[in-house]
Design a protein around this ligand. Structure first.
Ligand code: PBG
Ligand code: ZN
Length: 322
């Protein structure tokens, strides 16, 4: 068969498209800060802002009207300490943010990132021993406590991003014991130790003060190991699986898609976003590169995309771009 006979005609070309994008494929990350009257662009993430809670209303209305499924929340607290107590405080930044968003738009999905690195003074994703190594099992107790406090505030889905062993099991148990058996867990199962998180760590003030995250995040030399991580998390009853970053890890997405029946999410992270935005700004590439990149994630097998491009892409899709 000659493919050209199909490709010649824009109508047949469209008719045979294998994947497409729609606004509801997206979850949009939001960064919340303490204080009042703050809507401040994040230098490392052009077009993305820090919001104080009183300034969220317009943003939330826009996200909902664009047809985006929901938001994933990150908090930048005023106070940090050794155990990250701000992460589970009833009046913590995320807990206040969830209550506010739910009061504005009850039908917009609110996902919370469950981790300690924004809240610990050392910037690591867990409780540390005297040698500076994360103590896995003590950390998962804290992680479960954080997830519970998010659920109590009204979160629809909790998303643990710490990569400790058995945290999904610990969270599930805690949620169930407290009457939240209907709150799903979206697990960052294949989260790689990556340089692509650079702009985020500036935005969330969460860079480790010493060392790196290689003792708990995945080694990017390994793809098959991701299947093991996914199998473990599904066994612990994870409802969604996240692969992160997205673009350089689409082989991992595809492998998971082929090996498991689950709801597969990719996190199109800060470094991927900022590289593209800067290249567009410099005139090096056309902005249609955004659509092409997001389509590649769908083609690899992602069902849901967490992306800083969500709003601009949803606008374009509404205008009929393809
Ligand atoms: C925190 C967390 C990180 C990201 C999401 N949750 C950073 C990290 O692990 O260092 C990265 C998101 C992005 O780069 O957009 N555990
Ligand atoms: Zn973390």
């Amino acid at each position: 068969m000659r493919m050209r006979r199909i490709r010649n005609n824009p109508i047949t070309r469209k008719m045979v498209e294998e994947v497409s994008l729609k606004p509801s494929d997206f979850i949009y990350p939001l960064f919340l800060v303490e204080g009042e009257g703050i809507k401040k662009e994040i230098p490392s993430l052009p077009g993305v802002y820090h919001f104080s809670i009183d300034m969220l209303e317009e943003e939330i209305r826009e996200i909902e009207s664009l047809g985006i499924s929901g938001v994933i929340l990150f908090g930048i607290p005023d106070h940090k300490d050794h155990v990250g107590s701000g992460a589970y405080a009833e009046d913590g930044i995320i807990q206040k943010g969830v209550r506010k968003i739910k009061s504005l738009k009850p039908n917009l999905l609110v996902v919370t990132d469950v981790c300690m690195c924004e809240y610990t003074d050392h910037g690591h994703c867990g409780i540390l021993d005297e040698n500076g190594l994360v103590i896995n099992d003590e950390t998962t107790q804290y992680i479960a406590k954080i997830a519970l406090s998010h659920a109590k505030a009204g979160a629809d889905i909790v998303a643990p991003s710490d990569m400790m062993d058995f945290r999904v099991r610990e969270i599930r148990k805690t949620l169930d014991e407290n009457g939240f058996e209907n709150i799903p867990i979206m697990a960052y199962s294949a989260k790689f130790a990556s340089s692509y998180y650079g702009p985020f760590r500036d935005a969330a003030d969460s860079a480790p003060s010493f060392g790196d995250r290689k003792s708990y995040q995945m080694d990017f030399h390994n793809g098959e190991e991701a299947l093991e991580e996914v199998a473990l998390d599904l066994d612990e009853d994870a409802d969604f699986i996240i692969v992160k970053p997205a673009l350089a890890y689409l082989d991992v997405v595809k492998a998971i898609k082929e090996n498991f029946n689950t709801r597969l999410v990719v996190y199109n992270v800060s470094g991927e976003y900022s590289m593209i935005k800067n290249a567009i700004k410099e005139g090096l590439v056309d902005e249609s590169i955004i659509y092409e990149s997001l389509i590649a994630m769908k083609r690899a097998g992602a069902q849901i995309i967490i992306s800083y491009h969500a709003k601009e892409m949803a606008k374009k899709l509404k205008e009929g771009l393809r």
